[in-house]
Design a protein around this ligand. Structure first.
Ligand code: CA
Length: 219
């Protein structure tokens, strides 16, 4: 998971990088508005931690510009400003949450996890495990050397499986994910979809767990 940290305070920045790296996250740390502006154009981040008081820019301006460009990456504002006006402005401009310094690292981590969970699927453009990657925007599935753009229901099956690699989904759980309420479901519909995905990408793209269901391997 890649995190963009926009923070000019060296001590706080170093502490955050250490804490987040310790949680297994990859942190890109930028310290001024110019670098932040460029980094915010990268859509590969799971979350952005944004300090409002930067030496050459106001974080709220950076946030406004990013949202105008259509960026959907969750933004957690981390700042010393504690005025009510600033909080309201930050949320109005597209911040997803707000944390006032000084804060407990545990609270920051909990809020980050909540934001990532809330946005999973909409802010992340692809799900990956091992050599398998599903692009949730183009619906292209790549597995080893093979790739294919999946039709809607095959995509829905893969998306359900790829959200939690290593977790088994039963036939009923998959049907629940791909059919709306009241829709007629053929008894072998899931088998047909999985057969079709395997035919395009290779048999081992989805693993069959006899009597239980299907899963994708956890990398
Ligand atoms: Ca600052």
């Amino acid at each position: 998971m890649r995190i963009l940290l926009i923070e000019d305070d060296r001590m706080l920045g170093e502490a955050l990088v250490a804490a987040l790296s310790g949680e297994g996250m990859t942190v890109d740390w930028v310290r001024d508005g110019a670098q932040a502006e460029a980094a915010l154009r990268d859509i590969g981040y799971s979350i952005v931690l944004l300090d409002l008081g930067l030496p050459d820019a106001d974080g709220l301006d950076l946030l406004t510009a990013a949202r105008r460009r259509g960026s959907e990456t969750p933004v957690l504002v981390v700042t010393a400003r504690d005025g009510l006006d600033d909080r309201v402005a930050g949320l109005d401009l597209g911040a997803d949450d707000y944390l006032v310094k000084p804060f407990e690292m545990r609270e920051l981590l909990a809020r980050m996890r909540a934001l990532i969970r809330r946005r999973a699927g909409s802010a992340v453009s692809s799900l990956t495990t091992g050599s398998t990657e599903l692009n949730v925007e183009t619906h292209e599935l790549a597995h080893g050397d093979a790739s294919a753009v999946l039709p809607a229901r095959e995509f829905a099956v893969m998306h359900a499986l790829m959200e939690r690699p290593g977790r088994i989904l039963s036939r009923a759980q998959i049907e629940e994910r791909i059919y709306g309420w009241g829709e007629e479901v053929e008894s072998n519909a899931v088998d047909v979809l999985i057969h079709s995905i395997r035919r395009k990408l290779g048999k081992d793209v989805i693993l069959n767990v006899r009597g239980a269901g299907w899963m994708v391997a956890k990398s």
